[in-house]
Design a binder for this molecule. Structure first.
Ligand SMILES: *[C@@H]1O[C@H](CO)[C@@H](O)[C@H](O)[C@H]1NC(C)=O
Length: 281
């Protein structure tokens, strides 16, 4: 009881706290993530308190005189473990776990140390699809110049960024290339000297990277009628527009969910492991 009162005081007013720079930790959806603290030499830890600070404040784990406790009503209930070295392990980690943690350490003389960590959780990039769209005139067979739109979409993965390169190592010159939709779409003007050129799309985030390569020229001079593999460039609207709508819908849905969840959190002890993601492409 006395210890609890002491700690309640410490949580609000830590007189000898030494704050340090925030440590950044990266997690991958579905895997384990370890949040470690460095204890200064000679600092004999007696108690420790792990809290989740933002977006909502919750008590996650405590360590009092040699025994660890993680059964608090937090979003990490049932997924957290506090090791003897004060490392907090969360497994499996979810997208919504991204946020700020703090560890308050108390030594045998009552002095405190605070560690702040920021966890960013990502979903691995997967299911990359590369497509070529050519214009009607480019397919007439006589064209000396061919305009193509290449689209690159990873349906799995969060905070994905796209980049393009040519396999011949040349830079993408501005007069013959343009990027749209934050790199999802590349426009290129090809001439017969680009016959052999392939383009590589790389989709990457902080935890993974996927690439795909395509040779667009062979899509340029097809006979009209072989519609199976070649699309009219206007069809790009059929991809770009629904995609933008989808991204927006997912973002709105995610916002609604997190809003709903923050309302429920205080009364619900156990969390559904299959929480939908507030993902954005
Ligand atoms: C802490 O202990 C856990 C479990 O024994 C171990 O996996 C982890 O690597 C340790 N971390 C540090 C920083 O020593």
């Amino acid at each position: 009881m006395v210890a609890w009162l002491m700690l309640a005081l410490l949580l609000h007013k830590a007189p000898q706290t030494t704050a340090r720079a925030t440590v950044k930790v990266t997690g991958v959806v579905g895997r384990a993530v370890s949040l470690g603290v460095d204890v200064p030499p000679g600092f004999q830890v007696r108690d420790a308190i792990w809290r989740y600070l933002a977006p909502t404040e919750e008590l996650v784990a405590t360590y009092f005189r040699g025994s660890a406790e993680t059964l608090y009503q937090s979003r990490f209930y049932g997924r957290s473990q506090l090791h003897g070295n004060l490392t907090l392990e969360i497994s499996p980690v979810e997208l919504g776990d991204s946020g700020t943690f703090s560890a308050l350490l108390v030594n045998t003389r009552g002095q405190t140390e605070t560690r702040v960590l920021h966890l960013a959780v990502y979903e691995v990039v997967s299911r990359l699809t590369l497509q070529v769209f050519t214009s009607e005139s480019s397919r007439s067979g006589s064209a000396r110049v061919c305009e193509v739109f290449l689209t690159c979409v990873a349906t799995g993965g969060t905070k994905v960024s796209y980049s393009w390169g040519r396999t011949d190592g040349e830079m993408l010159s501005m007069d013959k290339h343009s990027l749209f939709e934050a790199g999802l779409v590349l426009w290129a003007k090809l001439d017969p000297s680009d016959r052999q050129v392939s383009y590589t799309c790389t989709a990457a985030n902080a935890v993974s990277r996927e690439s795909a390569t395509i040779a667009p020229w062979e899509h340029c001079q097809r006979e009209a009628g072989s519609e199976d593999a070649v699309y009219d460039y206007r069809n790009i609207l059929l991809i770009a527009l629904p995609l933008s709508v989808l991204v927006l819908a997912v973002a709105v849905f995610g916002l609604l969910l997190s809003w709903k969840r923050s309302g429920k959190q205080r009364t619900k002890p156990l969390f559904d492991a299959s929480e939908p993601d507030a993902a954005s492409v």
